[in-house]
Design a protein around this ligand. Structure first.
Ligand code: ZN
Length: 228
């Protein structure tokens, strides 16, 4: 059975996000997203909490998206994400060390927005090639890169390399959840995800970061959302 997944969503545990668990659930239901990877900036707590809340709801017979606990970690050379994490990965380490910490707990290394040229710190294409054996998945499509040509560059790079690819909205407010999504065969484990990605389809479109910032402001006011 095919499912729809968004591999890059920020919960309100990220200071720049307003996505609470009820807003996530409503957003996913509205947009037909079955599974979400929570990728908060340098914190793992929100991912754990959302996973627990999702499991509680589902075991009570209610609908909720499935959650993969992850983290978007700032390394000394830009951001690296971990999927299927069991514990927090600290920021500020060299990327190779961060990747090893992700792998050592059974997680998958996911490189977000690899060609977002407006980010000062990021892994360059040749560096990605040099550490290819530590990379599991590269984000071929991100919902709101700072550099508008980032997704095109990523697509071109990945056409010539054999990395597995996935994608995510990078949503920080509920209306953009699933704006970028992957349709793929259902999976439970990291190994099954890696297999499923071979036959996956990436779809969606970029959205305006400015409009997203306005919506963040609106939601924060409307629901009095304070970050933990
Ligand atoms: Zn992000």
């Amino acid at each position: 059975m095919k499912i729809t997944a968004d591999f890059h969503v920020h919960s309100y545990y990220s200071k720049d996000s307003v996505i609470t668990f009820p807003l996530l659930t409503e957003g996913c239901r509205r947009r037909g997203v079955d599974l979400v990877a929570i990728m908060d900036h340098d914190t793992y707590e929100g991912a754990l909490e959302f996973k627990r809340l999702s499991e509680e709801k589902r075991s009570a017979g209610q609908w909720a998206p499935r959650i993969i606990p992850g983290e978007e970690i700032r390394t000394s050379k830009g951001e690296i994400c971990g999927l299927f994490l069991k514990e927090h990965v600290p920021k500020g380490l060299p990327p190779e060390e961060t990747m090893r910490l992700i792998r050592s707990q059974g997680g998958l290394v996911y490189v977000p927005h690899p060609f977002d040229l407006f980010k000062l710190k990021r892994l360059k294409a040749h560096e990605l090639e040099e550490i290819a054996e530590l990379v599991d998945i590269i984000e071929v499509f991100n919902g709101k890169p700072r550099f508008p040509g980032a997704n095109m560059l990523a697509r071109n790079f990945l056409r010539e390399h054999s990395f597995k690819v996935a994608a995510g909205s990078d949503a920080h407010e509920p209306t953009r959840i699933g704006a970028v999504r992957v349709v793929l065969g259902g999976f439970e484990t990291p190994e099954e995800l890696m297999r499923s990605l071979s036959g996956a389809r990436v779809e969606g479109r970029m959205y305006s970061p400015v409009w997203s910032a306005i919506l963040r402001f609106y939601y924060r006011k409307k629901y009095s959302i304070a970050n933990p």
